[in-house]
Ligand binder design. Structure first.
Ligand SMILES: [Mn+2]
Length: 220
């Protein structure tokens, strides 16, 4: 995660009340809401256009951020536009050439700050980044925790559906373990999302037990 530098907006900022603290958000009317959401999906689609998910079908990458936003709305009952816009943008800086300045200029300070909170510092080694996600999870804001929970829920479901090309069973197992540690740092944020994640972890444990050679009963 990069330092939390606040850069003044120079462009259209749908959420901020101009002239105030630059952090307070206001409610958007229907026209502004649809304008902002479509602008945001279009922005993310352009940024991720050359990327694919790691499954065999090479699903377009944009399915992921759209799916994360959809999980927040359908399963998390989250209708806050700042959180939804941040979810749609959450991987743009980490995985494409997008900068925080662009996000701030196009979608405002609060959205940008959430994206910052969920963006790994790619200058660090992968293992270090993974450790930091666990360490930083409890310190995240409520909205960043929501995005984190929905992101992990999407990725774990994806992993249940199809193992990424080139991944060993050990790597899958490790990913589940690591995800649980990150999620445990985001507890008491959204009951429904956490319940869905717990169901996945329970399912995973029973699968691992089933395939384990010892065949010990689960409740021993
Ligand atoms: Mn993601």
């Amino acid at each position: 995660m990069e330092s939390n530098v606040s850069i003044p907006s120079v462009n259209y900022n749908p959420f901020t009340v101009v002239g105030s603290c630059n952090l307070c958000t206001r409610e958007l009317n229907n026209d502004e809401l649809i304008f902002t959401i479509i602008k945001c999906v279009n922005f993310a689609a352009i940024k991720h256009k050359d990327q694919r998910r790691l499954d065999e079908e090479e699903t377009p990458y944009i399915n992921h951020p759209i799916g994360v936003a959809n999980i927040l709305i359908q399963e998390g009952q989250i209708h806050d536009p700042v959180t939804i816009v941040a979810a749609l943008l959450h991987d743009t800086v980490e995985d494409t050439a997008t900068t925080f300045e662009e996000i701030e200029n196009e979608f405002g300070t609060e959205v940008c700050n959430i994206v910052r909170e969920v963006t790994d510092d790619k200058s660090l080694a992968k293992q270090e980044r993974k450790k930091l996600q666990i360490k930083n999870a409890p310190k995240k804001s409520y909205k960043a925790k929501l995005v984190t929970l929905a992101d992990k829920l999407y990725n774990l479901r994806d992993l249940q559906r199809a193992i990424p090309v080139g991944w060993s069973q050990d790597r899958v197992k490790e990913y589940f373990k690591w995800s649980k540690a990150v999620i445990d740092g985001c507890r008491k944020t959204n009951f429904s999302l956490e319940r869905q994640l717990d169901l996945i972890f329970a399912e995973r444990i029973s699968q691992e037990r089933y395939h384990c050679a010892c065949k010990k009963p689960l409740m021993s």
